[in-house]
Ligand binder design. Structure first.
Ligand SMILES: Nc1ncnc2c1ncn2[C@@H]1O[C@H](COP(=O)(O)OP(=O)(O)OP(=O)(O)O)[C@@H](O)[C@H]1O
Ligand SMILES: [Mg+2]
Length: 490
């Protein structure tokens, strides 16, 4: 082949092909080697277009980074591919074929190799998708041997994650921040097959970002297609290979549903989709949380898969329980702080602390596992109990100080009566809480500042944590003595 004749066709073909590839393909096809021989004689811009075909970038990157990436791809792949393509054509030339025969031969080779490649890649894709539901695919937690046992919670979560064939409800795991929900779920889920665990990140709350997180957990990538099929479908000659114009979220959930059906058929058990940290969606994208709740309801109705929502107490549970789709909510597991006995066992037996020290730590942490770990870290670095207690209370005081700045003195006006009542009874009903707050809006604003928590399942309001309760006691004591401090509410 000479590099003068071929580009005449390729100039027309390649930009179109590259457009299709941009939309569809994550792969570098064998035929690229052949076609890129001719590319060597074309403008760098055409080459750039041709090699710019990465699906992930298509969805996420800015124009500048796409361009940078395309240049990188071009420089890293065009060079060798032109070399190998030229070798192929040189080989063909040695067979003394005419220029046209060379091209026909090259096209046959390219198409054949593409078909084999596509077939192999699609098989790889299928097994990769299947592996996302395999045993152990949920990442394990580090150093499980030093964790507090939490045996009964593990057993409940285990049964939630292994639903029966005809299970028709989605579930929830709720608990305050740092009570150990994620650790429990991942620890249990790692030991079972059929679970897709999706950890929602603060940076993953738009529809597209969320879909990408699910796609990653599912090992989802678009199907490979043979280049001539793409061209034919672009030209409208065949219709079965048309571009998938649905949103990425729909494509990903469609694929998960397909995998779920296969899994259910194979194992007689529906797979489970675990969505952790949905409180981030409630705060940043409540519309998406509604969509997911509807998907969960429909999937449970149709027996496709079971969804388990993992949320911190608060807005997410409030939003979800206020909707009609809530009727399909089945089991709700509440992850609470460790009991005193469990906390002392954890500190004394698993971390070799003296019982007096363990008692003192429990007094200001209240058995919140994340607080126990922080206290242990301070103890191990030589801090004293009074010093550590002070640090915990200072963190609580900061939250009160912030709350004092709430507009219209909303917090200042109602904090004392609320705190007094709650300290006296341990917890108050949501109705009493609303009454003391004055209006439902103020009640919701107060819940958002993380001093009080609504245990939605029992409809009771409590202090968010033990350090907060201790600070509230301080505030009430100061007020009754008529002392003015930085926390004074008058
Ligand atoms: N059983 C346990 N034993 C010891 N440490 C634990 C245990 N469970 C959780 N932890 C530790 O406590 C901290 C909080 O745990 P985790 O992230 O699981 O809580 P969470 O309830 O998911 O928190 P959030 O609501 O903020 O997502 C982590 O550092 C974790 O390693
Ligand atoms: Mg968590």
């Amino acid at each position: 082949m000479t590099s003068t004749a071929a580009p005449i066709h390729l100039h027309r073909l390649v930009p179109r092909l590259s457009h299709v590839a941009t939309v569809r393909s994550t792969f570098f096809y064998p035929s690229h080697y052949c076609l890129s021989t001719a590319m060597g004689a074309q403008s760098p811009w055409t080459a750039l277009q041709y090699f710019h075909h990465d699906m992930g970038l298509q969805h996420t990157a800015s124009k500048a980074s796409k361009l940078r990436y395309a240049i990188y791809r071009t420089s890293s792949t065009a060079g060798p591919s032109v070399k190998y393509g030229k070798r192929t054509f040189a080989g063909l030339k040695r067979l003394s074929l005419s220029k046209t025969s060379c091209w026909v031969m090259a096209l046959i080779l390219a198409t054949g190799s593409d078909m084999i490649y596509t077939y192999l890649m699609n098989r790889k894709r299928e097994s990769s998708l299947e592996s996302s539901l395999a045993l152990g695919s949920v990442p394990d937690i580090e150093d499980a041997s030093v964790l507090a046992p939490r045996t009964s919670l593990k057993a409940s979560i285990s049964s939630l994650l292994q639903p029966a064939f005809d299970h028709g409800q989605y579930g929830m795991i709720i608990g305050n921040h740092g009570t150990g929900k994620t650790t429990l779920v991942r620890g249990v889920a790692h030991q079972h097959a059929g679970i897709l665990y999706v950890d929602i990140q603060p940076s993953g709350i738009t529809e597209q970002e969320f879909a990408e997180t699910v796609a990653k957990a599912l090992h989802f990538f678009p199907r490979s297609r043979v280049w001539f099929n793409m061209i034919l479908s672009e030209l409208g000659i065949v219709t079965h290979d048309v571009e998938d114009k649905r949103t990425y979220l729909v494509q990903v959930f469609d694929e998960f549903t397909r995998q779920a059906m296969r899994y259910r058929k194979k194992t007689n058990r529906p797979p489970v989709l675990v969505l952790d940290n949905i409180n981030l969606l409630a705060a940043g994208n409540p519309g998406l949380l509604n969509i997911l709740q509807d998907i969960a309801k429909d999937a449970a109705d149709d027996g496709l898969f079971i969804t388990i929502f993992v949320a911190s107490e608060g807005q997410a549970a409030r939003q979800m329980l206020g909707r009609s789709a809530w009727s399909r909510l089945g089991k709700v597991i509440v992850v609470e702080d460790l009991s005193k006995e469990e906390a002392l066992y954890y500190l004394c037996n698993q971390h070799e602390k003296h019982p007096h020290i363990a008692e003192a730590v429990y007094e200001f942490t209240g058995g919140r596992i994340s607080f126990l770990n922080t206290a242990l870290a301070h103890l191990n670095s030589g801090n004293t109990i009074p010093g550590i207690r002070q640090q915990f209370l200072n963190a609580g005081r900061e939250i009160f100080t912030k709350a004092k700045r709430m507009p219209n003195n909303e917090f200042k006006l109602v904090c004392l009566p609320l705190a007094r009542k709650m300290l006296a009874t341990g917890a108050i009903s949501y109705e009493d809480f609303q009454e003391l707050a004055g209006t439902p809006t103020t009640a919701n604003n107060l819940l958002a500042i993380k001093i009080f928590t609504l245990l939605r399942y029992s409809n009771m309001v409590v202090f968010e944590s033990k350090p907060i309760q201790l600070v509230a006691q301080e505030v009430v004591d100061d007020a009754s003595r008529g002392w003015r401090s930085c926390l004074s509410l008058v």
